[in-house]
Design a protein around this ligand. Structure first.
Ligand SMILES: [Zn+2]
Length: 198
């Protein structure tokens, strides 16, 4: 695939993530590592997934230098690049604020993997302590959590979700599965709690 084709794919996945309600407003960020290179394409800062075009993509090397594109990279570029540095198996990173998964991030609890479709894809959803969005501290904690080779989803305390997968399509699939699992888990916990009260 050419650079232009990769950019098209990023935009397409970003718009699908927006349409699915995973990234309200101008929140969230998305990146992919170009196969067989040390180059990462990442969304520019402050651009909603909804309106994103190929011009809103910045190319960076793994050391954090911008090598192509005139815009400022997403403020979370540190953890995107860091995940690729520690995980050769990861080809795409998606950070979303989907509401039910974020509910568990606010509670500070891993999402109960109540349905088999989640259990098949995810071992657990560890929660990383709170640190301000875009901070070096947050990046450091996210990267550390991803040193575990089994990790493909983490929750950011009081904030959202970071998904790492082999490619963009799989990252989007997993973000959707995680959001639905969190919704089912939340209702399961409410309903089973009410039944116990009876
Ligand atoms: Zn965020």
């Amino acid at each position: 695939m050419s650079y232009e084709e990769y950019k098209k794919e990023i935009v397409e996945v970003a718009r699908k993530a927006y349409a699915r309600g995973l990234v309200p407003g101008s929140s969230g960020n998305i990146s992919m590592k170009m196969p067989d290179t040390d180059l990462v394409m990442i969304k520019a800062s402050g651009v909603p997934f909804r309106d994103m075009t190929e011009d809103d993509i910045v190319t960076m090397d793994l050391d954090g230098n911008v090598v192509e594109g005139s815009k400022k990279p997403s403020k979370e570029f540190r953890f995107h690049l860091g995940i690729y540095r520690v995980r050769a198996d990861v080809g795409a990173v998606l950070h979303v604020h989907s509401p039910f998964a974020t509910l568990y991030a606010v509670l500070g609890r891993p999402i109960p993997l109540v349905a088999v479709q989640a259990e098949a894809r995810v071992c657990s959803t560890p929660v990383v302590d709170f640190a301000p969005a875009g901070s070096e501290k947050l990046a450091e904690m996210v990267i550390n959590a991803y040193r575990d080779q089994k990790t493909n989803v983490i929750l950011l305390r009081n904030h959202g979700v970071v998904i790492a997968e082999k490619d963009l399509r799989e990252a989007l699939n997993l973000a959707e599965t995680i959001e639905d699992t969190a919704l089912i888990a939340a209702f399961y916990e409410i309903i089973s709690g009410l039944q116990k009260e009876k």
